[in-house]
Design a protein. Sequence first.
Length: 469
Amino acid sequence: MAAQDLLRNKVDETPTIYAYTLPDVPKYKGLLKVGYTSRPGTIRIQEQGHELYLDKEILLRRSSMRPDGTYFTDKGLGGVHYYLRKNRIPNPFGEWFRCEIRDVEKAIHAAMERRDSMTDRIFDFGMRPEQEWAVDKTSAYFNAFKNDPDNRGLIPHFLWNAKMRFGKTFTTYQLALRMGWTKVLVLTFKPAVKTAWEEDLLTHKDFEGWQFCQKQDDREFNYVNERKPFVCFASFQDVLGKNAVGGIKATNEWIQTVNWDCIVLDEYHYGAWGKNAKNFYDKRKEIQEKLIKFATRIPVFMYLTDFREYSLKDVIMQLEPELFRKVTGLTLDDFSLLVSLGVFNSDLMNDAVYKFKRYEDSSLNYAGIDKHTSKIIGGWDTVMEITEEEDDETDNVISESEEQVVPDIQEEPEVKPWESLSVGDKVMHKSLGEGVIVSLDENYLFVRFKDRESKFLYPSAFENGYLSR
């Protein structure tokens, strides 16, 4: 392509967000069509498929080019539709939204500035004297409690008897800032108070950068970046619910895994210290303690037991329960509790146990010890047979490590497809289809699919075939 043609094309392409209505069609009454085009907006609007011959009232055309030269569209993470849906604006079908033109303007502004929300932070008022006093007194108590060695391992509690119009949500958030908290869980028996918690967090300038997390229409919590401050709102009725076998509901497992800086019990008098609610606090702490014991001590147990041909669950429950108790400090009832709660992923556990035992074999063989001669290896809840190819691979690893004493030019190791991933790359899930990576670290991967955002273990999700490039 000639240089002048390239420049001409670049000038002609103008990233634009547009919105229009179809005033003569009753079906679309009260709806706005929100779209994107890189061509002149009027041309693209007049080309709209089945709406080609309908009169259109164009209400908005705005450039989606940012000052830094990048641009955004209507779709995808950070697009205009993303902000509209995140703000719970009805989207009955396609690109049609039941909203006002000012809602679209706010979504464009949020996308332009790459903000977490399209909600305007219009308030900057300070705390009233009684609110300041409450924050001072509460923070002083929490800090004194933490610094007292006699309170090691204990959890402090503080009760606010907040009267009507005290402003408990705003004051709680100010306390979080004072204490340096970044993960706050709000539990209540009165879900109707959610609006106050959300609006105070997202409309005041003091809480810029904070995220609000809640259950969506699909019963999943919306995605939050856990490296940034966030508040999670949930109802006791929901978190106390059980699945079909009496365990934690799958949609609430995430709550149990977060190390919350503070748990706020709103509308305390509605039953926050009832028997079921108290069981939630006690059970959550108990689960965390048992999981830590299991995760940190089970490798020692696996090394000490000689029953490598049996599944780890069978070894724990039937063959070596006493050794398990001595090494981990957990009883069989403790182990059964963890299993019943569904905290162990069978596929991932089978993979981890298998790899541990194969690594153990390699290490012992290298030292001249042939501790295990059987070709059968027990996984987490199944047993597997080592093939000759796998056995040869282990021997090759050992022989190669011995030969490395002699300097030699080694071939570059093969780079697996998932080892060069970055945010924005597309991946494929077996059942959810194509998705886009929105966050990635050494342990976890967050993927945005068409109708949800999901969290995966990395790189295990690729190694076990759940995701592919």
